[in-house]
Design a protein around this ligand. Structure first.
Ligand code: LLP
Length: 376
């Protein structure tokens, strides 16, 4: 059990807190599902790239899916050996740096990018767009032909001899298995036709923010038989599934304001520390650690920033927390810290790992002076 009050008192807020055992438990769920496959997990670093968390992943033999040099260096600091480079805007200087430092796999996003990888020993996967609707938020849906990612599946023949396999990632926070079945069967027809050695099926497994999540038992029953048609090496790129439920955001109540018939609980962090609620209308459960009374009222949990969109949770029927107490925002491990910002001149939060009965500060709170260190 994590003692949130203790951590808040010791490290201050806003504070990201991670549960190392939960990370391992979730890795093992994935490993168990794919145990009969020849597979490798490449953790999607965009979800959270703190090197101390990555050390837990490397100990469990995970590789990393990176987008740019910051994530590449984080992977190295986390002792991750196998690195795969995904992205639709690759830069030649980065390519040289990555190859010099042991990059193994690349996912090519366009026909135009193919020649960038001629005469290299890197394993090349081509990202294909299967034109399948992942039925998730439009900002994080990626597998329709109108989206910027990949090449149309039915046009890939022209580069078929220049690649070693295919890649697809149809979206994120997917809770329905049917888009996976549809997309994978389309792609496996092609990998089998050209006898490719590799198929990377991306990530996207939806977690339980608000009652629905990807049903892994259903995935086993319905999606694995489709994947079994592929005879080569399978790559998987989960991010959120591993780290999302393993992370919490601890915030302090700095004001409770009553206006227009409801309460606004003002916290010491908002869209600067967790942008998901305003960006995707995302729901995160909020746990109150100390309340005024048992009476429930409708509350908006808001941050201290100057925007109406500065919201952590809207219209929650809940007890009113005491000023100075803490609230815990759940499922905050993925795309929380990694999408945080300095908006309104706010320093980035600290991060703490709780693992094997110990707590460890894994990133110090940013200092106000750091905000100006590059100004000239
Ligand atoms: N592979 C590729 C190529 C991706 O683009 C992504 C996520 C993943 C794997 C991992 O997806 P996951 O398993 O985490 O769903 N900021 C958004 C999510 C953006 C996801 C971008 N790509 C959010 O907060 O919901």
């Amino acid at each position: 059990m994590i003692d949130f009050n203790l951590l808040g008192n010791e490290y201050g807020t806003p504070l990201y807190i991670y549960d190392g055992e939960e990370i391992e438990k979730r890795i093992n769920i994935i490993k168990n599902i794919f145990k009969n496959f020849d597979y490798k997990i490449f953790y999607a670093m965009k979800a959270n790239s703190n090197p101390e968390l990555l050390k837990i992943l490397s100990k469990n033999d995970l590789g990393a899916d990176i987008v740019g040099p910051g994530e590449f260096i984080a992977a190295k600091k986390g002792n991750i050996e196998e690195i795969l480079w995904n992205g639709n805007g690759k830069i030649t200087d980065d390519k040289k740096f990555f190859i010099d430092n042991g990059l193994k796999y690349v996912v090519i996003d366009s026909f135009e990018e193919i020649e960038m990888w001629d005469n290299t020993d890197i394993v090349k996967l081509l990202r294909v767009n299967p034109n399948v609707d992942a039925k998730t938020h439009p900002h994080i849906s990626t597998g329709l032909k109108t989206h910027k990612f990949g090449v149309p599946l039915d046009e890939m023949d022209k580069v078929k001899d220049k690649i070693d396999g295919l890649h697809l990632h149809i979206g994120s926070q997917i809770t329905d298995v049917s888009p996976y079945m549809e997309a994978f069967s389309k792609v496996i027809n092609i990998t089998n036709k050209y006898k490719y050695e590799y198929l990377d099926i991306g990530g996207g497994w939806g977690i339980n923010y608000n009652g629905t999540e990807l049903n892994v038992e259903e995935y086993k029953i319905k999606v694995l038989p489709v994947l079994e048609q592929f005879r080569g090496k399978l790559f998987i790129e989960p991010g959120r599934f591993i780290i999302g439920p393993s992370g919490f955001l601890l915030l302090k109540v700095i004001q409770v304001k009553k206006a227009s018939g409801k309460y606004f609980v003002v916290l010491d962090g908002g869209m600067n520390v967790l942008i998901r609620p305003v960006l995707y209308s995302a729901h995160h459960d909020i746990k109150i650690l100390d309340s005024r009374s048992d009476e429930k009222c409708t509350c908006d949990f808001v941050g201290p920033l100057c925007e109406t969109g500065d919201i952590i949770g809207k219209n929650r029927l809940t007890e009113i927390p005491k000023i100075g107490s803490y609230v815990v925002v759940e499922n905050a491990g993925a795309y929380g810290y990694s999408m945080s910002s300095n908006y309104n001149g706010m320093p980035k939060p600290a991060e703490v790992l709780v693992y094997k009965g110990e707590k460890k500060l894994i990133r110090k709170r940013e200092k106000i002076e750091d905000l100006f260190k590059d100004c000239i």
